[in-house]
Design a protein around this ligand. Sequence first.
Ligand SMILES: NC(=O)c1ccc[n+]([C@@H]2O[C@H](COP(=O)([O-])OP(=O)(O)OC[C@H]3O[C@@H](n4cnc5c(N)ncnc54)[C@H](OP(=O)(O)O)[C@@H]3O)[C@@H](O)[C@H]2O)c1
Length: 309
Amino acid sequence: MTPIHISFCCTNTAPEPWLSGLRTALPQADVAVWQPGAPLAEYAVVWAPPQAFFDEQIALKGIFNIGAGVDALLNLRLPAQAVVVRLEDAGMAVQMAEYVCQAVIRHFREFDAYASDIRAGQWTFRKPRQREDFPVGVLGLGVLGARVAQALQVFEFPVLGWSRSPKALDGVQTFFGQARLDDFLAQTRVLVNLLPLTPATTSILNRDTLGRLKPGGYLINVARGAHLVDADLLALLDSGHLAGATLDVFRTEPLPPEHPFWQHPAITITPHTSARTLRDESIAQIAGKIAALRRGDTLAGLVNVARGY
Ligand SMILES: NC(=O)c1ccc[n+]([C@@H]2O[C@H](COP(=O)([O-])OP(=O)(O)OC[C@H]3O[C@@H](n4cnc5c(N)ncnc54)[C@H](OP(=O)(O)O)[C@@H]3O)[C@@H](O)[C@H]2O)c1
C-alpha cells in the first residue's frame, strides 16, 4: 500500500487524539504535526493555519478544514492545485438545530421573563402568544440551515428560507437571490443567520436589512460575527423595532470585556459554541474523503474558492 502523508496544522486543538484517530482510520497514513521544514505532505488537516504552512507545503492535493466555515482559510494564499474540503454536518447540524430551536422557543415562550419573575419570588402568567405571529426566516439553506429549517417545523412555526440558488424544502417557503431578500425579510419576525462569510454576505445584518423585519423582530446569529453591524443592532434594539437577539459569534472573539453586548438586557450571548466540531465524526468524514480522493471519486463538500464557500 502506498503510504499517505498527512500534515496536521490546527491551532487551539490538542493534536494527539486527532493523530491517533486518523492513523486508526487510515492505517497506511503517515500523520504528523506540521513544523517548519517538515517534509512535503499530500493532504493537510487544518484549522486556522499560518500562511507559512501553505508557503512550505506546496505539494498538497487536498486541504481538509475541521469546520464548516472556510472564510479564514480562504484569506490565505493556498496551493493552486489543492482542493479545499469543508466538514459537512459531521455532528454539527443536530447541535445547530438544538441551539436555534432553544433560542426561538426561549424567546417565543418568554422563558427569560419567567426566570426573572421566579427569581423575584413571583408566580405570574403571561398571555400565550400565537406561533403564526412568529415566522422564522433562515438565511442560508445549506447543510446547517436546511437542518435548522426542518427542526423548527416540529414546533409548528411558519418557516421561510433564503439562499443564493433556488431550493425546494418541504414545508419551507423559499426565496433566492438578492432580488428576493427584502420580500423574505418583510415576512420574517425571527431571523436566523446561517450564511457563510463571503464578500457578498459581510455586514448583511445591518440597519437596512434588520429594519425590514416585522415589528418585534428577533435576531439569532450563529454564523460569523462579521455578518452583523453591531452598532446597527444596538440602535434597532434601542428604537424598539427589534425585541432582542441571541448571538453566538462576534467580530472579535473572545468578545472584548468592554463590549456592550455583554450587559445588554435584550441580548443573550454564548461563546461560539452553537455547533462544535466533534472529533470522531470529523475524523471518519475526513478519512472517507481522503480515500475517495485517492480513488478519484467525486467528492461532496468541496469548497468553491472563487465563490467563497
Ligand atoms: N457558530 C458555530 O459554531 C458554527 C458552526 C459551524 C458553522 N458555522 C457557520 O455556519 C455557516 C453555514 O454552514 P453550512 O455548512 O450550512 O454552509 P453551506 O452548506 O455552504 O450553506 C451555505 C448556504 O448559504 C447560502 N448562501 C451563500 N452565499 C449566499 C448569498 N450571497 N446569498 C444568498 N444565500 C447565500 C447558500 O446558497 P446555495 O444553497 O444557493 O449555495 C447555502 O444555502 C458556515 O459557513 C459557518 O460560518 C458556525
